[in-house]
Write a protein that binds this ligand. Structure first.
Ligand code: BEZ
Length: 225
């Protein structure tokens, strides 16, 4: 039998409803969907407390929290250790923050020592790390649908500016009939979605567009009107 027939995992995909859970965190017990309310969420996992890369990531994300707040996005981290370990680690995270353009922890960190949430979200990849989580990222919308999944190995710290950039694209494309091109950032030109005919596009984009190909029509970022 091939391995992939035996493989277990959450199998979560973009467009699925993010599973609800109740968990102990550094800010008390949280029911995920209730905590999410009408916000977007960034849910991301770390292999273990007191590990170097994780400490840098958590402090950097804390420094970027005002940017996530501006985007109506709550942040929740996860590590497979206890609330007590998290509390001790929190001090270390604050201590190293200045070296990584970071800040002291200012969002809840799930104490997933029984790995319930990690398993629910498929954050454990035994081929990469035995029994610990890898670096999973989920962006979840207010309707509780998963909008983005990213998976990084334990040895590679993530770029949270890229996560903000992707969040900007997700929030823009939820409101306007556009997609965003390679390396797009807020204010850059966007692409009219391919399934919108030129006739229908005329009413949404009365100032017209720049046609590079019949299927590649550029318009100014519609959120900057
Ligand atoms: C880290 O966070 O530094 C780390 C954790 C597990 C494996 C490699 C690095």
């Amino acid at each position: 039998m091939f391995n992939f027939f035996k493989r277990k995992g959450s199998g979560l995909r973009i467009g699925d409803t993010a599973p609800d859970f109740e968990a102990e965190t550094t800010q008390g017990k949280i029911k995920f969907h209730e905590w999410l309310g009408d916000s977007y969420a960034l849910l991301f996992s770390h292999p273990k407390d007191f590990t170097p890369v994780c400490s840098t990531e958590l402090s950097r994300t804390a420094a970027l929290k005002p940017e996530f707040d501006k985007r109506n996005t709550k942040i929740m981290g996860l590590s497979v250790d206890s609330v007590g370990d998290h509390a001790t680690w929190e001090t270390d995270i604050g201590d190293v923050a200045k070296h990584f353009n970071g800040a002291a922890l200012n969002f809840p960190l799930i104490a997933d020592n029984d790995k319930k949430v990690a398993q629910l979200y498929g954050m454990i990849h035994p081929g990469e790390l035995d029994n610990l989580t890898i670096r999973s990222v989920f962006i979840i919308a207010p309707d509780k649908k998963i909008k983005l999944i990213m998976t990084y190995p334990a040895s590679t710290g993530r770029n949270f500016l890229e996560i903000l950039r992707a969040l900007d694209s997700i929030q823009l494309t939820a409101k306007h009939k556009v997609a965003t091109p390679v390396d797009w950032k807020q204010g850059d030109d966007c692409i009219i979605v391919p399934n919108l005919s030129d006739d229908d596009a005329k009413s949404l984009f009365p100032n017209g567009w720049n046609t590079l190909k019949s299927y590649l029509r550029l318009v100014p970022d519609p959120s900057k009107k």
